[in-house]
Design a protein around this ligand. Structure first.
Ligand SMILES: NC(=O)c1ccc[n+]([C@@H]2O[C@H](COP(=O)([O-])OP(=O)(O)OC[C@H]3O[C@@H](n4cnc5c(N)ncnc54)[C@H](O)[C@@H]3O)[C@@H](O)[C@H]2O)c1
Ligand SMILES: [Fe+2]
Length: 376
């Protein structure tokens, strides 16, 4: 853990544009690259403001990406894109739209199907361009190699990972996030926080990533509450967009750990949003891990501006109050999760070995159940 002598590979989009107003760079970039047939992928909110992208050429749109999309939603997007035959795909939205855009870019005119590409390094190539425009500050998907889609039969998340899912350009214009309501600002912000914290404390943590992770946590500590209070605070929105990007950078070579694994069943089984699920779980996993990562847990609390004693009770109290003060409902009971399902949820979370194995403290089925009980 955390050895400079551990080899690590960093993959980034070809170009990253960051800052207010950078959305204006998209049209000229697409033109300079010679793209003629541009297909935008978004949810309903962003489908109504595609004009903000100032695109030339033939424009197609799939504007019905659902939050936490499933494979059926993806299939509809792939079919719509295949009919349009684009040379550039643009993901315009939160993680849901950007993940669908990644998958459409490799599936819509290729020879592979979704089942061929689930898992690491199964995608054989991508022939069309991919641009990502985040409009939430949470997932960091715009700079990442991963896409998540729900299996409608089991409600589990399939993860596809490939260098071919990496965007040719990511344009991170924080002004596009001003319209996010306070509740989604809070939840997506805690998702970014969880990416940074889980990467920072992971068994796969690496000194290169620690720099991004710790700075991401500090930015969340400085700006998340301010953006929740005033969505038009441009500096706070920019701080969160950067934290989200840093979280996304961490996801590539290090990825998340127990927190995300334990959070997933809340989304898949009980339709709690990805960010809210992570928030509910966050204090309990941080406290559970504290004895195995004392120094780093203290650094996380310090970076958030909280009392940094790494004693488990203090860790959970501080982190819980932090999330609660953002207006997030932190009790599973109040989120209509039946107590009788905690056992099933623990079984499902424990099966997500790709993440459970990254946790700094071993996570048994019983330990996960205890975490759900603590969050109940
Ligand atoms: N690829 C990755 O590395 C990665 C990492 C974390 C999460 N994810 C995935 O991302 C998805 C969650 O993404 P998310 O948290 O960004 O939420 P989301 O994309 O589902 O968006 C949440 C809601 O906010 C709306 N919205 C988006 N931008 C808005 C804006 N500017 N103003 C007002 N409303 C806006 C959307 O239409 C949607 O209803 C999940 O499916 C999760 O599994 C992917
Ligand atoms: Fe996440």
């Amino acid at each position: 853990m955390n050895l400079l002598t551990n080899p690590i590979q960093l993959l980034q989009p070809g170009t990253v544009e960051f800052g207010p107003g950078t959305i204006d760079k998209l049209g000229p970039w697409a033109k300079a690259k010679g793209y003629q047939r541009i297909f935008v992928i978004s949810g309903a909110f962003n489908a109504n403001r595609v004009s903000k992208l100032h695109l030339g050429g033939e424009i197609g749109l799939f504007g019905s990406v659902k939050p936490e999309p499933d494979a059926d939603n993806l299939a509809d997007a792939v079919a719509a894109a295949a009919r349009f035959s684009p040379d550039l795909i643009i993901g315009f939205g939160g993680g849901s739209a950007m993940d669908i855009a990644k998958l459409v870019a490799v599936l819509c005119n290729g020879h592979q199907s979704l089942s061929d590409i689930v898992g690491p390094d199964k995608v054989t190539g991508r022939r069309i361009g991919l641009a990502q425009i985040p409009t939430t500050a949470g997932t960091g998907s715009e700079v990442g190699t991963r896409a998540l889609v729900t299996d409608p039969a089991t409600q589990n998340k399939w993860a596809v990972q490939s260098q071919f899912l990496l965007a040719d350009i990511a344009i991170i214009d924080p002004d596009l996030t001003m319209s996010i309501p306070a509740s989604i600002t809070a939840e997506t912000g805690v998702d970014a926080l969880a990416h940074c914290v889980e990467a920072y404390t992971s068994v796969k943590a690496h000194p290169i990533m620690d720099v991004f992770a710790l700075e991401g946590i500090r930015l969340i500590g400085k700006y998340l509450a301010a953006a929740v209070q005033n969505g038009n605070d441009g500096e706070a929105r920019a701080g969160l967009a950067l934290a989200s990007m840093y979280g996304g950078i961490c996801l590539g070579p290090v990825n998340t750990a127990g927190g995300h694994a334990v959070a997933y069943p809340l989304g898949t089984r009980h339709h709690i949003s990805h960010g809210a699920a992570n928030a509910v779980i966050f204090p309990h996993v941080l406290a559970y891990n504290a004895p195995y990562a004392e120094h780093k847990t203290a650094a996380v609390l310090r970076a958030l501006g909280l009392d940094s004693s790494p004693k488990s009770e203090n860790v959970s109290r501080q982190a819980y109050r932090y999330c609660e003060a953002l207006g997030i409902e932190m009790r599973l009971l109040n989120r209509n999760v039946p107590e009788s399902d905690l056992e099933n949820m623990a079984r499902e979370a424990f099966a997500i070995k790709r993440l459970i194995d990254n946790n700094p403290r071993p996570l048994s089925h019983d330990a996960i159940l205890q975490i759900y009980r603590a969050a109940y």
